[in-house]
Design a protein around this ligand. Structure first.
Ligand SMILES: *Cc1c(COP(=O)(O)O)cnc(C)c1O
Length: 388
């Protein structure tokens, strides 16, 4: 056994990244203007086959921007996945709106669209002025389906609901760049999509994000707001409160280089997932991630569920035992309705998110993970579970 811990997910940076960043240093274009920003935006649009991309400082800023351009106003409500990283709920709070949390479906662990349906039909009122939550009297303006762990939310039925109830769809595709719903890349199906290039995501810029849309007006407004809302850049006239959310050139240089490796990274993630699935299938009490018939998952984080009754060990005990064997692993995010800032938010019939969270554990899946290291993880998990 090596004394080096196998990490959960680390970036993979190469010669291209080095040479693009060097170009920034050599030309002094390191900051908020420079050619790499628009090059990265264009390459991103080409990859996604979307008409507009706006690069931002991080994925949370992208979500904040998306909510403003979607027209979400103070006291509105936004339906958000309950089982996700906290960023989308925080972005809702930034615009002084209120999240309403939607359960995770037990099969794919994504926003449960059947429950979104029930919530809208049973708990809401559709009027010419919009859709209103009967319980709170507030207007529901938007939905943020979060495609977690590399797998898409079931978008078709969700979109027929959002059309019927006149809700704007902001896809948080931070964890799922390159994933597909049927033939569509996620992030491009709703009104607006957002991405993150944080260090643990499938491609990284150190920290960064993107807002994408096929709707020209929304994209133009996103560009305007993320660049300090300049109406006369020479005289410094600003007709709105803007944000300094633009991505610096040096980060965009990294992003452009990383994008060239994205298809390889996805292939590697899928190969890692396939190998884990083969190794763990048939172990009682271990649930593997499933890919829906309409989905192409990028398996961003390979996550299993551990049933303590069947394995004799909890997911957290497994995490600590793996640590002893120099293998890093990590739980998923505490369901958002359980977090202090959202303790008073409405959570509609949340029945599965908490169990999934308690049982879930993500295993090492860097795109640079070697076969020997993956074998070490597999052997460690099997030994611990057998003696659990
Ligand atoms: C990573 C992530 C974000 C954005 O995170 P940043 O660190 O701000 O780039 C947003 N939503 C989800 C679901 C994420 O996983």
């Amino acid at each position: 056994m090596s004394d080096k811990t196998i990490p959960l997910a680390v970036p993979s940076l190469g010669e291209k990244e080095r040479s693009f960043v060097q170009e920034c240093l050599d030309t002094n274009w390191v900051s908020s203007v420079g050619p790499f920003v628009s090059k990265f935006e264009e390459a991103f649009s080409d990859y996604l086959k979307v008409s507009h991309s706006v690069a931002t400082v991080n994925g949370t800023a992208a979500l904040h921007t998306a909510l403003i351009v979607a027209g979400v106003e103070p006291d509105d409500e936004v339906l958000v996945s309950d089982l996700t990283f906290v960023a989308p709920a925080n972005a809702v709070a930034y615009v002084q709106a209120h999240p309403v949390f939607m359960d995770a479906d037990p099969k794919y662990w994504q926003m449960d669209v059947d429950k979104v349906h029930d919530f809208l039909v049973k708990e809401c009122r559709r009027t010419p002025e919009g859709t209103f939550n009967r319980q709170t009297g507030r207007r529901i303006k938007a939905v943020i389906p979060v495609h977690i762990l590399g797998h898409p939310v079931d978008l078709d039925p969700l979109l027929s609901l959002t059309q019927k109830y006149d809700l704007t769809v902001i896809e948080d595709a931070s964890e799922s760049l390159g994933a597909r719903y049927e033939n569509h890349l996620v992030g491009t199906v709703g009104d607006i999509g957002t991405f993150s290039f944080n260090g643990n995501k499938i491609i990284t810029t150190g920290g960064g994000g993107m807002v994408v849309s096929n709707r020209q007006k929304l994209a133009a407004k996103a560009k305007y707001l993320t660049t300090q809302a300049k109406d006369d850049p020479v005289e410094y006239r600003h007709d709105a409160v803007g944000y300094n959310y633009r991505m610096p050139n040096i980060l965009a240089a990294l992003g452009l280089a990383q994008l060239e490796s994205l298809e390889d990274f996805i292939a590697k993630k899928r190969a890692i997932a396939r190998h884990y699935a083969e190794a763990f299938q048939g172990i009682p009490g271990i649930t593997l991630p499933s890919e829906a018939s309409w989905a192409f998952s990028i398996y961003w984080l390979f996550t299993i569920l551990v049933d303590e009754e069947q394995t004799g060990i909890s997911s957290r005990e497994l995490m600590h035992a793996l640590e002893e064997k120099s293998v890093a692993s990590r739980p998923l995010w505490m369901p958002l309705h359980m977090l202090k800032p959202y303790a008073n938010s409405q959570a509609y019939r949340v029945e599965h998110a908490e169990r999934i969270w308690r049982q879930a554990l993500s295993l090492p899946c860097s795109v640079s993970l070697s076969q020997e290291d993956q074998e070490q993880v597999i052997t460690a998990v099997k030994e611990i579970v057998r003696h659990g």
